[in-house]
Write a protein that binds this ligand. Sequence first.
Ligand code: FAD
Ligand code: DLZ
Ligand code: SF4
Length: 514
Amino acid sequence: VSALRLILGDQLSRSLASLRDCDKTNDLVVLAEVMEEASYVPHHKKKLVFVFSAMRHFASELEKSGYRVRYYKLTDPDGADSLTDIVETLVKTHAPDRLVLTAPGEYRVRNMMEDWRETLDCSVVILEDDRFIASHADFEAWAGPDPKSLRMEYFYREMRKRTGYLMEDGKPIGGKWNFDAENRKAIPAAIQPPPRPHTPPDAITSDIIAMVGEKFPDNFGDLEPFDYPVTRRAALHALDWFIDAALPDFGTYQDAMRTGDPLLFHSHISALINIGLLDPREVCEKAIAAYENGKAPINAVEGFVRQVIGWREFIRGVYWLKMPGYGEENALNAKAPLPDFFWTAETDMNCLAQSIGDTKRLAFAHHIQRLMVIGNFSLLAGLDPKQVQHWFLLVYFDAYEWVEMPNVVGMALFADGGFFASKPYAAAGAYINRMSDYCSGCVYDPKKRTGTGACPFNALYWEFLDRHRQRFASNRRMSVILANLDRFEPEDLKAIRTEAKRFRESLTSAYAAP
Ligand code: FAD
Ligand code: DLZ
Ligand code: SF4
């Protein structure tokens, strides 16, 4: 063997840097299901099925294309517990000249690979993961030395210029960079999203479902029904469906939430991009083609492209800039343990029961459910950022630390003190009531601030602002909100404090995380 090429479970792209110059005759491509990766957090059962099945399908496609592939199943008797064990064994048996790798998404795995440089008896080559549009060096150059704060919007404009996406003569198409103001509508009951294509399990996926059921019975979430794309072909089919059927209304209803349907007009492709089955450039280019062909409006296409070349790339940049140590940040000194209902979805707060219920069922919830329901609750209730990160990393099938951590630490919890969020994403019941149908099915009244039947988000919201008043006083974007707080009568404020405290004390956290 000349080169050993280890492909990680989220590197399932034929265009991957470490496959590009592969010598099909002399090189050995390796993919390995290992317990260490399968259990660094107790992943949702559907996430495990998704990753393993996509890995097995990818390996089998490589084999069909003539690559020499060594695939380790989790249950193989000659398997190993960790990626380190796998490469150590293979280097001993095959004595390759070099181990060729594509840089991993996570810091933890990068450290592991750096250790291999010392411990393995062959050279270790780590190539840049150029499936991302901005390299680490690009992002660092844009951010400048030791930045105190960064804003996605400016990074996004650079990315638009660099890719030329939605640009004409150096200017943004449609006359402005951002059409977000048009993308905040609630969804009327009469509007039904078009039916999605199905991808029922094939024999490979069915085997894995049985294996995950057996080996991970106590992990969070429903194992079945499993209906996610696990091949490049099925991923492309899902993308094409989105572009044709859902993209036109994606922008308008991007922030809307509806009972029983967390997908609505969303693309549902985050996991497919993150694992490598779809490429971020191709998804943007297909969306832009739909705009150019008059099939989707600018607010939808710009909104979508911004998520992918803006937010996704920015979030990754922040992660690598702030690691190590980012996960430890706790600017608001939040210490409360995760309530049991995060695991059971059993709470009489309907918005949380629905959003966590969707998460349990599907290993998915859309952005506003994550940010403005579950994240917002975690922020207001002062939940420990480490526990919240752990939860978000294990429950979603698109979750890898590089994308989960900044979204939780920076966006949802303001635990980095506002490194990239100009103000906390805190909201009372009125926001959830405006953007969803959850409140009509809830025992609480979103319009009531305190007293019997009042929505708990309301007292929590005002008490949160009251608690952090000093910190937010110098934030210009918070001044109007704090001025409202100042108008409360002393007895109102007292009731808010008492009820928020009582509510927080009523939360139980006895359930052991899986
Ligand atoms: P769409 O709404 O259709 O958006 C299109 C694409 O844009 C997504 O597929 C995704 O690739 C990208 N994108 C959009 N927003 C973001 C963002 N904030 N960060 C990174 N990419 C983005 N996304 C993950 O991929 N993995 C995570 O672990 C994850 N954890 C999150 C945790 C919290 C607390 C929050 C608030 C957001 C998190 N997100 C995460 C971002 C976002 O919620 C999901 O990417 C999105 O819901 C996926 O659904 P979709 O594919 O239908 O997205
Ligand atoms: C998420 C995941 C899981 C569950 N299992 C594996 C695995 O068995 N083997 C593997 O190579 N990768 C797996 N992955 C993806 C890795 O965790 C991911 O590559 C790293 O977190 C780096 O982003
Ligand atoms: Fe959530 Fe409050 Fe609405 Fe109930 S009333 S669904 S708790 S926002």
